[in-house]
Design a protein around this ligand. Structure first.
Ligand SMILES: Nc1ncnc2c1ncn2[C@@H]1O[C@H](COP(=O)(O)OP(=O)(O)OP(=O)(O)O)[C@@H](O)[C@H]1O
Length: 346
């Protein structure tokens, strides 16, 4: 069942195209992350959905109803802004129920909703607090509660966690996901943090230059990126120029027969091989793979990365946790790329 449908949306600011023919269908209850580099149009897309920007072309449809010309305050949408935009002159409960107040809800209804939402965001009994008496994480929760006050059909959040430090941010990612799941509300979160997107989302939408590059489940995008941009943007990967010819990938002077599970975007021609660090195997020099030299070692605690130079091309390999082998800069080694895990993209 599709709850939110975005049909061929374009948005121009003067001659600049911020959104270019964007179409999407988002089923009810899904948690969607809009991901992409700065300036790719994520916020603009969210604002068009919310009715804060008018599209140059296209439609926004919720549960079959065209919302494109409906003013923001008449749309069943809740929004959390990056700045949070809480009102300092209102207490916590006043902030949370503000969207109900402007829609004319009576006092009893507002109080009941404030109590319910304060419990949901784990701030029970804090309705009378002033905003400046709250921590960063608590303010975040108040903004989330306010976004949910009208029982929205669609919940929109623009980089809601970007102001929090790393530890609290990870905690709030999980909390936000749990709140969303308990309500089953269709949710779209803008983020430029791919780890955040992979942690939270049912559906990740990767954008670049106002165009959707790929939409899919996190693991699907990680394993099967649609192009070189997505491969490089999601997770860590090595992108190596290659040629696909006669059933093999030619890379760094080696000819690697295409194996079952390898994902190859073209039959023949020049492309790029995307190989994740965990799929680069290192053996002693002379083992028959691609010769390389160790340039640097990076110990990341839970994993160890070896940086290598192969014919001037930098390659990162991740040592498996059980590997006892140790390497030093200057060591000569032989590399192989695990069959079935090789992705050729254009
Ligand atoms: N009101 C506006 N007038 C002119 N240009 C705009 C306006 N709003 C956005 N833009 C431009 O549209 C492009 C997309 O902006 P948008 O804010 O949607 O990007 P974003 O992906 O959310 O980026 P960020 O991660 O930096 O917030 C940018 O180049 C931006 O400068």
């Amino acid at each position: 069942m599709t709850n939110l449908r975005i049909e061929r949306l374009s948005k121009k600011f003067g001659s600049f195209t911020a959104l270019d023919d964007v179409s999407l269908e988002i089923p009810t209850g899904k948690f969607v992350c809009l991901l992409g580099p700065s300036g790719c149009g994520k916020t603009t897309l969210l604002r068009v959905v919310a009715g804060l920007e008018t599209p140059t072309k296209g439609r926004v449809v919720v549960d079959g109803d065209d919302q494109t010309k409906v003013p923001t305050h008449r749309r069943d949408m809740g929004m959390v802004f990056q700045s949070l935009a809480l009102f300092p002159h209102l207490d916590v409960a006043g902030n949370i129920t503000y969207p109900l107040a402007i829609r004319g809800a009576d006092r009893a209804k507002r109080d009941a909703k404030a109590d319910e939402l304060l419990k949901l965001v784990r701030l029970p009994g804090m309705g009378a607090r002033r905003i400046d008496q709250l921590s960063g994480g608590q303010r975040q929760r108040v903004a989330i509660a306010r976004g949910l006050a009208i029982d929205p059909k669609v919940f929109l959040l623009d980089e809601p966690l970007s102001a929090l430090d790393a530890g609290l941010r990870e905690h709030m990612q999980i909390e936000l996901r749990q709140i969303q799941q308990s309500l089953g509300v269709t949710t779209i979160v803008v983020t430029h943090d791919q780890k955040e997107a992979l942690t939270m989302a049912d559906l990740v939408i990767v954008m670049k230059d106002g165009v959707i590059q790929q939409a899919g489940a996190p693991m699907e995008i990680y394993r099967n990126p649609a192009n070189a941009f997505v491969a490089g943007f999601i997770g860590t990967t090595n992108l190596l120029p290659c040629t696909v010819r006669d059933g093999a990938i030619e890379v760094l002077g080696a000819r690697l027969p295409i194996a079952e599970g390898d994902r190859i975007a073209l039959e023949q021609g020049e492309a790029q091989l995307s190989i994740r660090p965990e799929h680069v195997a290192i053996e002693p020099a002379g083992a028959g793979g691609i010769e390389a030299e160790v340039t640097f070692l990076r110990d990341l605690g839970e994993s160890r990365h070896v940086l290598l130079d192969a014919q001037g091309q930098e390659i990162t390999a991740q040592l498996s946790p059980e590997t006892q082998a140790s390497y030093r800069p200057g060591d000569r080694v032989s590399l192989s790329f695990r069959p079935g895990e090789r992705v050729v993209v254009t």
